[in-house]
Ligand binder design. Structure first.
Ligand code: H79
Length: 474
């Protein structure tokens, strides 16, 4: 501001008409103030804390995101020295006891010449996701951007030498997708973060005496790079927080640190020590750092009123690419999971693990395409919805918006009568979401709590047909 005003003063003195100058200064000031406020920064440069509701608004509306696990582990693709290694692909360094000296040279083979950021973001956008979370760094420590605090990154250590995150950041901005980063707290490569006795990379009992130095000189500077050079970011998704070295106060400090760098950022609960195992929800969300719970490979059985959460899930059995994992979930299963999660008030973060050439596996692309086709017709029943006010329904799931219920019918009634129980409100209108004309379906009230909607005899969508009820009152 200071610089600009002094420049403007000089400009004004050379100006014939001082009135014109005053008008220009006023306009510039208004722009400057508006610009600052959008960033959540006051005119004086002080950070204005945003409320959690303000920060979470877009995320709660989004309901659907895409996870990308990509790194050096895509090169071995689940095999080491001719042996298939059980368990998830991105853990191969730990699972196959690979010493750093043997894992590191994978960088030389990381040359994903088929990588195309616009294509990846396009696949995500066509699927209907609103945000992408990609591994800036997984537990193995390899970095997908040009980090200034290490050479163990895509620019300094690989023949590819392209900043993947920069390219994705541009593509996401262009296509209107929020870019988010997964960043591992645990680091199997950094000497100040590793477990002191190889090969116990994941030993929860040991600690590294230099861990604080790793946090101050490495982890925090990296997050600052990511936020300032690739942002504004949607979410920072921490993981690997279970190690002994990481404490809840460190989690709170990290939470405050990243919020100070970007006041509207969202942070998952793995920044602190509050999560309950793979169930992922916080033991007490008042006490622990982080904005949302992270059930991993599971969906909470019931809704969780007042709690923000996101189920992350793989399409096969691995996050990072494994050439031989063909245990794909069906499109039907994935679409049912999406509706199930939304009906319980959560977000769905669905993973892809691109290969070492830079391609998202074909079966993942096919499924995302099919999900996108369903979303194009039905996304109104996912975006911006809240949990179902009805209890369990026998035919599928339900999502809600003010004045509307979306009935996601998985099992189409054989008698053309869709029974909706637990509904006392008057139904003003019922129609199929896929029907552009919104032709009225007839609705009969059977008793105080039950209405019956007359529906076509055949399910218009065999996977999930959405019936909309416009209702009166809450
Ligand atoms: O990034 C993905 C996983 O790599 C990471 N979180 C998701 C989002 C993750 N961290 N921990 N886990 C998943 C659970 C780990 C499970 C196992 Fe193992 C890893 C089973 C086998 C290898 C560690 C070692 C736990 C048991 C043995």
């Amino acid at each position: 501001m200071h610089d600009r005003t002094s420049r403007l003063r000089i400009y004004a003195s050379t100006c014939r008409s001082t009135i014109n100058a005053v008008i220009i200064i006023a306009a510039l000031c208004i722009f400057a103030i508006a610009g600052c406020q959008q960033e959540g920064t006051s005119v004086l440069g002080e950070k204005q804390p945003l409320s959690k509701d303000e920060r979470m608004k877009w995320w709660r509306d989004a309901r659907f995101g895409m996870f990308i696990h990509w790194g050096l582990y895509a090169v071995p693709a689940g095999e080491w020295k001719g042996k298939r290694i059980d368990s998830i692909g991105e853990w191969i360094m730990e699972r196959a006891d690979i010493p750093v000296s043997e894992y590191e040279p994978l960088t030389k083979k990381f040359n994903p010449v088929k990588f195309n950021a616009d294509e990846w973001v396009g696949i995500a956008k066509n699927a209907g996701v609103k945000y992408i979370v990609i591994t800036s760094k997984h537990h193995d420590g390899f970095c997908l951007w040009d980090s200034k605090v290490t050479d163990y990154d895509i620019i300094d250590a690989t023949p590819f030498k392209r900043d993947i995150l920069k390219e994705l950041s541009k593509a996401c901005k262009k296509q209107g997708i929020k870019l988010c980063f997964y960043h591992s707290i645990m680091d199997w490569h950094h000497p100040d973060a590793q477990r002191p006795f190889y090969p116990n990379y994941n030993d929860a009992k040991q600690s590294n005496p230099n861990f604080a130095r790793y946090v101050d000189n490495y982890l925090k500077p990296q997050l600052k790079e990511l936020i300032t050079n690739y942002g504004p970011l949607g979410v920072l998704w921490f993981d690997g927080e279970w190690i002994k070295d990481w404490t809840e106060p460190m989690g709170k400090d990290m939470f405050n640190y990243v919020l100070a760098l970007q006041p509207n950022i969202i942070v998952n609960n793995r920044v602190g020590k509050g999560r309950k195992g793979m169930e992922g929800l916080s033991k007490d969300d008042q006490e622990y750092a982080g904005d949302f719970g992270t059930p991993e490979q599971q969906i909470p059985a019931t809704g969780l009123p007042g709690v923000d959460w996101e189920s992350c899930m793989t399409m096969n059995d691995t996050w990072g690419y494994k050439s031989y994992d063909q245990n794909w979930k069906s499109t039907e299963d994935l679409l049912h999971k999406l509706a199930d999660i939304a009906s319980k008030g959560g977000n769905f973060l669905l993973n892809v693990g691109p290969n070492a050439e830079g391609l998202i596996p074909g079966p993942s692309v096919e499924r995302l395409k099919a999900i996108g086709e369903w979303m194009k017709v039905n996304n109104e029943s996912i975006y911006g919805t809240t949990a179902s006010p009805l209890g369990e329904v026998p035919w599928g799931r339900c999502t809600a918006k003010p004045g509307k219920l979306y009935l996601h019918v998985f099992d189409w009634p054989t008698n053309s009568k869709l029974e909706v129980t637990g509904l006392k409100n008057k139904v003003k209108k019922a129609y199929l979401l896929a029907d552009k004309k919104r032709a009225k379906l007839s609705v009969r009230r059977e008793d105080e709590e039950k209405v019956v909607v007359s529906v076509p005899s055949e399910a218009p969508d065999p996977i999930n047909t959405v019936v909309v009820l416009e209702i009166e009152g809450k």
